[in-house]
Design a protein around this ligand. Sequence first.
Ligand code: SAM
Length: 250
Amino acid sequence: MIKGHDAIRQAYRDETVAREYVDTRFREPLGALLHARQVAAIRRLIGEKRPSRVLEIAPGPGRLTVDVSKGIDGFVMMPVLVEASAQMLSEARRRLARTSLRWRTLQGDAFSLPFANAFDLVYVFRLIRHFRSTERTLLYRQIAKVLRPGGTLVFDAINEIVSAPLRAYAPGEYQHYDALMRPDVLEMELAESELELVSLEGVQRRYPALARIQTLVAPRSRQMARLAIELVDRFGGGAPLEWIVTCRRR
Ligand SMILES: C[S@@+](CC[C@H](N)C(=O)[O-])C[C@H]1O[C@@H](n2cnc3c(N)ncnc32)[C@H](O)[C@@H]1O
């Protein structure tokens, strides 16, 4: 049996998956909003902290990388990407050729990062969530090892309270394992790896309403759906489906 660690790597070793990843998952308004919020959070942190050394782990085809790159080439030096899939890495290189920031791109394993004490900011999206507690701890430890003391880690986590009922209703819609988290558990597991939780930014509030707008409005007008989704997410209140997690290396 393929263990969780390898199953996630295998799933992305495919040229078609790499080429179609961004359009399939992040072009429609619901995905596009999530993408925009994640890009904004990373760019905001880069603006505030002015990190000179930045690492993105598991960038896939550079979904976030391309938009994060815009306007940060003045102070970020030699940013680095570490990605397991050769197909994803080649798609990322192709897409990044359009940006002015030059990333060093490495094919490598997030569970065995070839750096120590080297980065001021690390971000990693849609990777940690696919692992169970023991493997998440291994990942957090690797990241804590490559961060300088006081450095920042940003990643995403799924809110158990909102997601568990949605998954119970439609279990077939979820292809890979996802860890469903609670803030107290998250804070505790980070602390065990020398990482201090700084903030949780909620995204995709009122998720069932957002999904209905996507299904009913987006086929008629993407623009209208995007606006409605943005308004509900921002002003609708309620618990978010996901968080953008920021933490600090002790
Ligand atoms: C769901 S994609 C996420 C891509 C991108 N970060 C995003 O948020 O859209 C997961 C990525 O993690 C990569 N990956 C899986 N296991 C990995 C590992 N052990 N080390 C580095 N990358 C890994 C896969 O190849 C894939 O590109």
